[in-house]
Design a protein around this ligand. Structure first.
Ligand code: KG4
Ligand code: ZN
Length: 350
């Protein structure tokens, strides 16, 4: 089954063609992030206006995956269903993708599958790729994005149960807010990672500051990152902001956030006897997080538990995992029943 998937929940506009939930035939992503840089964060109206301009070009590019034929021909010959991110996300942004997908469904007669963007992130781990190994169940799945930090238990490809999430800020939000404080504007976690990578020896950073690891060892599967933000601001006010100090902060922020993410996920994995651990979402692009997970899970104590983290390009927002989720867990129906739901819940069971 070939699904044309569309994603426009935040500041990316993306389309992909995905076969049987696993094979990415094509994937196109356009971002308006550079336009938001001078405002220090995403401006929803700018994101939506750009998405209106990008939507058709990304769909056309994704459909080129089946050959350089007109869009209408590609739709009728090579697409079995259309999938779209229906929430959660920014209302103006979601509306562009959802109304575009509904129109395509109406004119082509292809069924439409609404997709929960946050749950879909984890399906990036089901996409074929050079490193791909089949996922064994039960699996613990951590989704870490700009607005979400959530843990799920997966009993099979279709069955998801929410275990816990952040009580306040998401991990990505902690990176984004810290990046702004450190003077990196809206470049978020990527800028923190770049600056942190100049620290060769962790002791150099730790000599400058130590941050708390909130809720790391409590007995819930919830997270909290807003106290960390307060601690960072307090420490920042105590120092001169030289390049060395900035890099030390970036390093320790990254170290603290990733320590908590890894510890909580492994607590969930041992509570549920997981056979594998899945990590996904924009923050899963973070090298320190990837290295910590892989080092921990290669310890004999975790023998037999496999780690799955998507290629970096499938961690941040794109439409390939939307198509995968739609195949494994979506329900195809009429465009008439699909609406944008900005506050769509991720606390699913079953
Ligand atoms: O999944 P995503 O692209 O969009 C949402 O659905 O939110 O995630 C975006 C988040 C942002 O907070 C961004 O700062 C973070 O992912 N991010 C990173 C890295 N790349 C993106 N955080 C840490 N390290 C990275 N390399
Ligand atoms: Zn996302």
């Amino acid at each position: 089954m070939d699904i044309l998937a569309i994603e426009s929940s935040c500041d990316e506009t993306a389309a992909a063609l995905v076969r049987d939930g696993r094979t990415v035939l094509s994937s196109a992503v356009a971002s308006s992030s550079a336009l938001h840089e001078r405002y220090g964060g995403i401006v929803p109206e700018i994101a939506a206006r750009e998405q209106l301009a990008y939507l058709y070009p990304v769909i056309r590019e994704a459909l080129r995956g089946v050959g350089n034929i007109p869009v209408a021909d590609a739709m009728s010959s090579s697409v079995d269903a259309i999938a779209v991110s229906a929430g959660p996300g920014l209302i103006g942004s979601l509306l562009i993708g959802v109304e575009g997908a509904k129109t395509l469904s109406f004119v082509t007669g292809k069924p439409l599958i609404p997709v929960n963007h946050v749950l879909a992130h984890m399906y990036a781990n089901f996409l074929d790729g050079p490193q791909h190994v089949p996922v064994s169940f039960p699996a613990i799945s951590l989704v870490v994005s700009g607005g979400h930090t959530e843990l799920f238990l997966m009993k099979n490809e279709r069955s998801l149960a929410w275990l816990g999430g952040t009580l306040d800020d998401a991990a990505g939000e902690a990176f984004d807010k810290s990046a702004r404080l450190l003077g990196f504007g809206s470049r978020g976690g990527v800028a923190i990672q770049e600056s942190a990578s100049t620290i060769r020896d962790p002791r150099t950073a730790h000599a400058i500051l130590r941050l708390p690891r909130p809720m790391m060892h409590d007995d819930t599967l919830n997270f909290s990152f807003s106290g960390l933000k307060t601690a960072i601001s307090r420490e920042w006010a105590k120092h001169d902001h030289t390049p060395e100090v900035t890099a030390a902060f970036a390093f320790e922020i990254q170290d603290a956030v990733t320590d908590v993410l890894v510890a909580k996920t492994l607590t969930a994995a041992s509570m549920h006897n997981a056979q594998s651990v899945l990590v996904s979402g924009g923050v899963a692009a973070n090298t320190m997080l990837r290295v910590k997970f892989s080092e921990k899970l290669s310890d004999p104590e975790w023998g037999g538990v496999t780690l799955h983290i998507p290629e970096v390009r499938f961690c941040t927002d794109n439409a390939a995992y939307i198509g995968s989720y739609a195949f494994f867990r979506g329900t195809a129906g009429s465009w008439r029943d699909v609406n944008a739901v900005p506050d769509m819940s991720v606390e699913v069971t079953g």
